[in-house]
Design a protein around this ligand. Structure first.
Ligand code: 13P
Length: 246
């Protein structure tokens, strides 16, 4: 079970230090993995504050070239250098705001894998594709165009664009169906079993019902991960869920 906290462009140094103060008395479980994705300049700062805790730090993106004239971009090498274990690739906010194409995302994912980062590859349909009944087809194409050619392990995050930051989430049937579909596509293409996280308006109220869905292997949380109380409540729900399903 995996809890990923995507802080996006939120939380400054002071807020991060306040957040971390509240983590030190909490009993983390070896069964639930957690990773926080802070804003790039604070990676090292966060890593230092949580170095004694079983939480890793990840990058919100990385470039498809290891170095060179790419102003504003970050090399996967630099993420590794800063103690990152994971990187998010292809988040819809980067696809939309940064015009990242499927092909570019595939290249970014491949270099991240080659650089020994664990990739969380994001896919998600928009509201029109969901309403028209095209969601499965859309995700299949998007995923096949973004999958790196060569990888040992991979995590896919299913984040419907219409669900991010809106408080609306797909029903349990649709989430399970999509996660199954994603697992099948990757298995057929690469003969690899992968984990699929759900992302989009995950919060303290809906976490229990999301974790009960068979093919959900964890969550990628945005807004609700900014408050330490909610982050820990979501983490605790995952621990409880695992203990109850033993
Ligand atoms: P919210 O949880 O704020 O909807 O964001 C989800 C997300 O985009 C995580 O990557």
């Amino acid at each position: 079970m995996f809890i990923a906290a995507n802080w996006k462009m939120n939380l400054d140094k002071f807020s991060i230090s306040e957040f971390c103060k509240n983590l030190h008395n909490y009993k983390f479980s070896p069964k639930v993995e957690a990773c926080i994705f802070p804003s790039m300049p604070y990676m090292d700062y966060l890593n230092n504050l949580i170095k004694n805790l079983p939480i890793s730090v990840g990058g919100q993106n990385c470039h498809y070239k290891p170095d060179g004239p790419f102003t504003g971009e970050v090399s996967p090498k630099f993420l590794v250098d800063n103690g990152c274990e994971y990187v998010i690739i292809g988040h819809s906010e980067r696809r939309i705001n940064g015009n990242e194409s499927n092909n570019e995302i595939k290249l970014r994912a491949q270099l991240a894998v080659n650089s020994k980062l664990k990739v969380i590859l994001c896919v998600g349909e928009n509201a029109t594709d969901r309403e028209k009944g095209h969601a499965l087809k859309f995700i299949e194409k998007q995923l096949l165009e973004c999958l790196p050619n060569d990888f040992k392990s991979l995590i896919v995050a299913y984040e419907p664009v219409w669900s991010i930051g809106t408080g609306r989430i797909p029903n349990a049937f649709d989430i399970n169906e999509m996660h199954m579909h994603i697992k099948k596509i990757v298995l057929n293409k690469s003969n690899k079993k992968i984990k699929v996280l759900y992302g989009g308006s995950v919060n303290v109220e809906n976490i229990n019902s999301i974790l009960k869905i068979t093919n959900v292997d964890g969550v990628l949380v945005g807004g609700a991960s900014l408050k330490v109380k909610d982050f820990l409540a979501i983490y605790s729900a995952a621990v409880k869920h695992l203990n109850s399903s033993l």
